[in-house]
Write a protein that binds this ligand. Structure first.
Ligand code: PHE
Length: 341
């Protein structure tokens, strides 16, 4: 037994590790349960009783030496003193491994949207995601008992007075109009929250871009032309836009915005439910009550507003068929957008 201990001690003293693999080999040989030292511990059973204690102590010392050496090997490797010494490293070689990251498709579309609207004179305004009732609902002309205020849609953080996660970016319209007077020409982009079950077609967190233009003599024609310009810039020159009458408390008249389906080109597919049209958001002329709530005279000024779903635009642009992909961070999905910048 003594011979074996001596041989192992010598081997430990002579051990070197220049890379992870050698370190692992050392670990397996001297540290792990099935190591040579582990085997010696098994042999302890056969040692006569009166010698057991002395041999037990010896083996424990051996085990400790193996561990001390292991730490040394790790330390030398970390400090780069290993025998694969610095003069063998060619610094001119391109880096190995490590995949570069890529832009998230929603970020890309966000930047594109900003670019398009900035070119026609809109600036970007920011606002809070945690909002009070006034800015998310009341100032936007939502009646006291409007269903959108109810629990099933809104994530309330506090009740009485109500504090919530904003359900749309329209809260920033109000904040802007309270702080600045017309002419106003702004877009507001950001996350919004609704209490929806998560599925391929719905999510409780998504993104909107809102546009607000308030000045003298702003009309529905300005709204239509702005959206038309946006659709052609974002998609293609032959993209068509149509409006369906709708209702929002904060706009009058109101319209839902559809564009010709970018997937099938209008001939009908699953995404457009064989109609050739896809809804991208809501729009309308700012309701006079909203202007009044923000201290703007509706006799003097008019305005338009619209809100678009950023996920929907991204889906049409990149043919993403499941909303959950945007938040799951699956590298197989993200990798596909490597060429965006
Ligand atoms: N805020 C609306 C929504 O989230 C969209 C919208 C914005 C409609 C501006 C009209 C004007 O559904």
């Amino acid at each position: 037994m003594q011979d074996k201990v001596d041989a192992i001690l010598k081997e430990i003293a002579d051990s070197k590790a220049t890379d992870q693999q050698e370190l692992e080999e050392y670990r397996l040989k001297f540290i792990s349960k099935k190591s040579v030292i582990g085997e010696l511990f098994n042999e302890l059973k056969a040692v006569p009783n009166d010698q057991k204690k002395a041999w037990g102590m010896k083996l424990n010392e051996l085990k400790q030496s193996a561990q001390v050496k292991f730490r040394e090997l790790i330390d030398t490797m970390d400090s780069g003193e290993s025998s694969a010494s610095v003069d063998h490293v060619d610094l001119t070689l391109p880096p190995v491994g490590g995949e570069p990251g890529s832009m998230h498709p929603l970020s890309y579309i966000r930047y594109r949207i900003i670019e398009i609207f900035q070119k026609i004179g809109f600036n970007v305004v920011d606002g809070p995601e945690i909002e009070d009732d006034w800015h998310n609902f009341t100032a936007l002309n939502f009646p006291e008992n409007h269903p959108a205020r109810e629990m099933q849609d809104t994530f309330f953080i506090e009740r009485d007075p109500d504090i919530m996660l904003r359900t749309h970016t329209s809260n920033v319209q109000i904040r802007l109009m309270e702080q600045q007077k017309p002419p106003l020409r702004s877009i507001m982009l950001g996350r919004v929250f609704r209490n929806e079950a998560i599925s391929a077609r719905a999510h409780c967190v998504f993104h909107q871009v809102e546009a607000l233009y308030v000045d003298k003599n702003v009309s529905f024609v300005n709204l239509k032309h702005t959206l038309y310009h946006f659709a052609r810039e974002m998609f293609s020159k032959d993209t068509k836009v149509r409006y369906r009458p709708s209702f929002f408390p904060f706009t009058e008249p109101s319209a839902e915005i559809d564009i010709s389906c970018q997937i099938c080109g209008g001939s009908g597919c699953q995404l457009c439910k064989y109609t050739g049209w896809v809804e991208i958001g809501g729009s309308g002329m700012v309701d006079p009550n909203v202007l009044t709530s923000c201290g703007i005279d509706p006799e003097e000024y008019t305005g338009f507003a619209f809100g678009l779903g950023i996920e929907r635009i991204t889906q049409l642009k990149f043919r993403v068929n499941d909303l959950r992909l945007y938040t799951e961070n699956d590298v197989r999905f993200l990798k596909q957008f490597r060429t965006l910048h």
